[in-house]
Design a protein around this ligand. Structure first.
Ligand code: PBG
Length: 326
């Protein structure tokens, strides 16, 4: 005899639904990406990212204090320098905008949340690529091993400035091992590595280009992953873990939930996901037109990312959501 199944019993009251919910959002599992720009006196709006600004160091200080008060787990800093060159020289300059801002942020909220820094050259190079280019070749060819030297130097500068977690987003081969080795050699064994393991060459990074005034003219397909590939995401994650990554990332999030699910199923280290600029922009644009409920869509998108296996999520909505759910 087949028993009569009545799943609606578990949907009948708010108290029951709350008790049996499998996934929930918590402020400590949200990380706010922030932008700091050199040479401006006032925060500057980013047209394609409503509510997100390029900050001065002083306005950034206020934002991270607010983030700490809202209980978010961390902030991820991106720097926008005034001057760029082929080597991305200001990236490892202790007085460069990212390192200077990190010093201020770490002093202000370093105990309340995890201060993280983007470790990549694209914001600092005049060609906008994530690494330095091979001198003889055409502009799209990144010199992997020369870039690793630059990353090692950036890692030491960021650690020295007070970053607790280095976000390796450049997708160079061997970047995790190179940075780990540089940190260990300098006695910086307490600085952790977040490896962007499965980072896809995505159209959803569009608004970010405006956020960092990117100089890129081509694309990143020679070093970022092909959106067609699922197994490759797991392979990249395994390599990064073997090289010493403390946390790994899948990025973007919403179009890559299958990869996120696969990676989180096999990873012995925490797995994070990045709800990137274009993903936030889609929600903002639809909501601004009255086509979707903004708050509902934001919460559902983050819940979906967590349900797929993310232990924490980088989101431009982090502080707002933390305030809603607190
Ligand atoms: C590289 C980096 C990018 C993003 C984060 N780190 C740009 C890229 O890889 O093209 C995109 C984040 C977003 O779109 O919100 N430094």
């Amino acid at each position: 005899m087949t028993p009569t199944v009545r799943p609606r019993r578990l949907r009948s009251t708010p108290a029951m639904r709350r008790l049996v919910a499998e996934t929930r959002l918590h402020p400590s599992e949200l990380i706010l990406p922030v932008f700091v720009r050199e040479g401006i006196d006032e925060p500057k709006e980013i047209g394609s990212m409503p509510g997100v600004r390029q900050h001065t160091i002083e306005s950034l200080r206020r934002v991270v204090v607010g983030a700490a008060e809202a209980g978010v787990g961390g902030v991820m800093l991106f720097g926008v320098p005034a001057m760029r060159d082929a080597q991305g020289s200001s990236a490892d300059d202790p007085d460069g905008i990212l390192n200077a801002a990190t010093r201020v942020v770490a002093a202000e909220v370093g105990d309340a949340l995890v201060v993280q820094t983007d470790l990549c050259l694209d914001e600092f190079t005049d060609h906008g690529h994530c690494g330095v280019l091979r001198e003889t070749a055409d502009t799209d060819e990144v010199d992997n091993d020369a870039t690793l030297e630059r990353y090692r130097s950036m890692a030491l500068a960021q650690a020295e400035a007070g970053s607790a977690l280095l976000g390796l987003s450049g997708m160079m081969d061997g970047q995790v091992a190179a940075v780990r080795e540089a940190l260990d050699a300098a006695g910086r064994t307490g600085t952790a590595i977040l490896a962007y393991s499965a980072k896809y060459a995505s159209a959803f990074y569009g608004p970010f280009r405006e956020a960092v005034d990117s100089q890129l003219s081509g694309d990143r397909r020679s070093y970022q992953q092909d959106p067609a590939n699922r197994r490759e995401g797991v392979r990249e994650a395994e390599l990064d873990i073997a090289e010493g990554a403390d946390i790994i990332m899948v990025k973007p999030a919403m179009s890559y939930l299958d990869v996120l699910s696969d990676v989180s199923g096999v990873s012995p280290v925490p797995v994070w996901a990045y709800q990137v600029s274009g993903e936030a922009a889609m929600i903002e644009a639809a909501a601004a037109n009255g086509w979707i409920d903004r708050r509902g869509a934001i919460q559902e998108s983050l819940l979906g990312i967590k349900r797929a296996g993310a232990d924490a999520v980088l989101s431009y909505f982090a502080v707002e959501v933390a305030e809603w759910i607190r």
